[in-house]
Design a protein around this ligand. Structure first.
Ligand code: SF4
Ligand code: SF4
Length: 203
């Protein structure tokens, strides 16, 4: 007999007591907006950090859930999206183990994000639903064209994590138990495909 998983709305009800996706991202979004107000933004860049050159974004169950809920509200979960995610996984071998010695991985596999539209300001995901790592990676000098002066704002990311850690651990447990997930982070396309499959969202 195939396993029975909760629906997206049942998962939402189980997670309702925790801070919502927007609140958990507010500090990172505000920092990004402050940079932009100072003229330090991504408007001149090719978006290299979202391509296979530099992107290896992995998502937790909760980050995957946030993204999925937003995609569903935008009516973007369909056969085309599933095909694009599968093609990304195949092309960049995202379902293969990371290169390593069997005990730890040395590097993460990189991939061009399926939500990048290969244009300036090319991310098609709202700031209210992006992975935290995407929000925390920003330019530090105006006029970047290939990401030379960009980096992760580790201090902000750690502060955000510390603020919400207790609730996020619980939320990740709810999702791991509900969807029988055996991972803490996976490459975003792999994680999304598993959620979409188990929640039967593209059927
Ligand atoms: S979600 Fe957006 S910002 Fe993050 S890697 Fe994909 S395109 Fe880039
Ligand atoms: S963070 Fe840097 S590399 Fe990424 S789009 Fe912005 S300017 Fe380009």
């Amino acid at each position: 007999m195939s396993p029975v998983y909760p629906s997206l709305s049942e998962l939402g009800a189980a997670l309702a007591e925790g801070p919502d996706a927007l609140k958990r991202r507010a500090g990172l979004v505000a920092a990004m907006a402050a940079h932009e107000q100072d003229g330090v933004d991504c408007s001149a860049c090719s978006g290299v950090c979202c391509t296979f050159v530099a992107n290896s974004m992995q998502t937790t169950p909760l980050e995957t859930y946030d993204l999925l809920v937003w995609l569903q509200a935008q009516q973007r979960i369909d056969a085309d999206l599933v095909a694009h995610l599968k093609e990304t996984v195949r092309r960049y071998r995202l379902d293969a183990p990371d290169p390593g010695d069997g005990r730890r991985s040395f590097v993460r596999r990189t991939y061009t994000c399926p939500f990048f539209k290969r244009d300036k300001l090319g991310c098609t995901i709202s700031r209210q639903a992006k992975p935290y790592g995407c929000l925390g990676f920003n330019p530090f000098k105006a006029g970047q064209v290939e990401g030379g002066e960009c980096r992760s704002q580790i201090d902000l990311l750690e502060r955000r994590e510390a603020e919400f850690a207790a609730r996020e651990v619980v939320a990740d447990q709810v999702l791991r138990r509900g969807l029988a997930l055996d991972w803490e982070k996976k490459p975003m396309p792999v994680a999304l495909l598993e959620f979409i499959d188990k929640l039967a969202l593209a059927d």
